[in-house]
Design a protein. Structure first.
Length: 83
């Protein structure tokens, strides 16, 4: 379990730092993995270089309140990439 979660985080950060604009979609198997991934990505986002785009983590799973689910459909602020 940890291996694929770590791989998803590493791949997301590589895409974030090396690719041009656009959001990142990460598919995981359940709420626990999604919440863990979101927490780890938020921690890593704080350590990104100052000149990197900001990273906005928007988890999505069925038990998430509707108003929080809608957040994924809103455009990311300028200078920010959603994952």
């Amino acid at each position: 379990q940890t291996d694929y979660l770590d791989s998803a985080i590493v791949a997301s950060l590589q895409v974030h730092l090396q690719e041009s604009a656009g959001d990142i979609l990460v598919f995981l198997t359940g709420q626990e993995e999604i919440e863990s991934c979101a927490e780890l990505l938020e921690e890593k986002a704080k350590q990104l270089p100052a000149d990197a785009l900001k990273l906005l983590v928007c988890p999505m799973f069925a038990a998430l309140p509707a108003h929080e689910q809608l957040r994924v459909f809103k455009p990311a602020p300028s200078g920010t990439r959603k994952v």
